[in-house]
Design a protein around this ligand. Structure first.
Ligand code: SIN
Length: 336
């Protein structure tokens, strides 16, 4: 199973059957980012959905929802010229344990524009030559938040949570340049243009030269999928599998998104031998082999081509689930 970006249609994520949940988990592991349409979701239900994936990371850098501190407000107002997230990044890569991912819910949208782009770090890694892959697997990269959230930052928002402090004191962290993804078990690049500032053990010039080469490689169109938000849209992305980028192309309009970020874990190098516990994708594979689902999942190049993108999960008989499974509809993503 591979690819990035799948729309899952015909499901209410506030009232999931066990079968739906299993398929959503497997799709998340396989695609790195999943999208839902037509959801009617209160803030409380957003928090409950997030809690199914893990504990919630309280964000210290965005404004918080006045009643629900778990929810960060990602707002661009009519008078703002800048928005949050309009450079390629993976949230919280500067943490010792980078976030698993985020769940973004559209609350107010501009009439046009404001799409979010996602870029597959699996595809970017897979497309490198095996010699380059091997070289990168020996390296660790340095991640920092100082230049983005420290006192010198060029912040577009003035009201941050009362308990937040500038991030100047936070130590830089290192992570493997190539990780073994904790859910899928696949190898992925784990560097990003916003928070990765160097390569451990290399001079600043050499480290940046290597990083810039990698960043250029990663931004190939075939690794990128684009999501056009509609009222009721929800996205859940895995920060260890994709970068994201919020387009700033709606001057004079307001856009309000609610974001919840989920705690992650320390990351292990891609070269490390696979763990003995089966990963979610392996478990999903076993389930498929056992006759629960068959999944025809396409690669990202196909995901961005609407002619080819139907991604069907077909339910076959003899499911050992207690509840009957209802097929989820994996729809296409629009072209870039
Ligand atoms: C973010 O970077 O978390 C925000 C993404 C978006 O607003 O589309």
């Amino acid at each position: 199973m591979e690819g990035t970006g799948a729309e899952i249609l015909g499901v209410d994520i506030t009232a999931l059957s066990r079968g739906d949940w299993n398929q959503i988990e497997a799709a998340f592991a396989a695609f790195g980012v999943i999208f839902f349409r037509d959801q009617i979701m209160t803030e409380r239900e957003h928090i409950e959905f997030a809690n199914r994936w893990g504990s919630i990371k309280i964000n210290r850098c965005f404004d918080q929802h006045p009643q629900h501190r778990e929810i960060a407000l990602v707002v661009k107002d009519v008078a703002d010229t800048e928005n949050n997230g309009s450079t390629w990044h993976a949230d919280h890569s500067y943490d010792e344990e980078p976030a698993l991912g985020s769940i973004l819910v559209a609350r107010e949208l501009p009439p046009v524009g404001g799409d979010t782009l996602f870029c597959s770090m699996y595809a970017a890694f897979d497309a490198l030559s095996s010699a380059t892959q091997r070289e990168l697997e020996g390296l660790h990269a340095v991640h920092s938040a100082h230049h983005v959230f420290g006192t010198s930052r060029n912040d577009v928002h003035t009201s941050r949570p009362a308990d937040s402090a500038p991030d100047d004191a936070r130590a830089n962290v290192t992570h493997p340049v190539v990780i073994r993804h904790p859910i899928s078990g696949r190898k992925a690049l784990f560097v990003n243009p916003t928070f990765t500032i160097g390569i451990d053990g290399m001079s600043e010039i050499d480290g940046l030269a290597l990083l810039n080469q990698l960043f250029e490689h990663c931004q190939r169109d075939e690794f990128i999928a684009r999501f056009d938000w509609e009222p009721g849209s929800v996205a859940l992305w895995d920060n260890r599998a994709v970068w994201h980028f919020a387009k700033n192309d709606y001057p004079g309009e307001r856009r309000v998104m609610h974001r919840i970020t989920i705690d992650g874990c320390a990351l292990t190098p891609g070269a490390q031998t696979e763990r003995s516990e089966p990963t979610l994708v392996q478990r999903a594979g076993a389930t498929i082999a056992g006759g629960v689902i068959t999944a025809a999942m396409t690669g990202i190049a196909e995901v961005i081509d609407p002619q080819k993108v139907r991604q069907d999960i077909e339910i076959v008989s003899e499911a050992p689930e207690e509840e009957p499974l209802t097929p989820l509809d994996f729809g296409p993503l629009p072209p870039l």
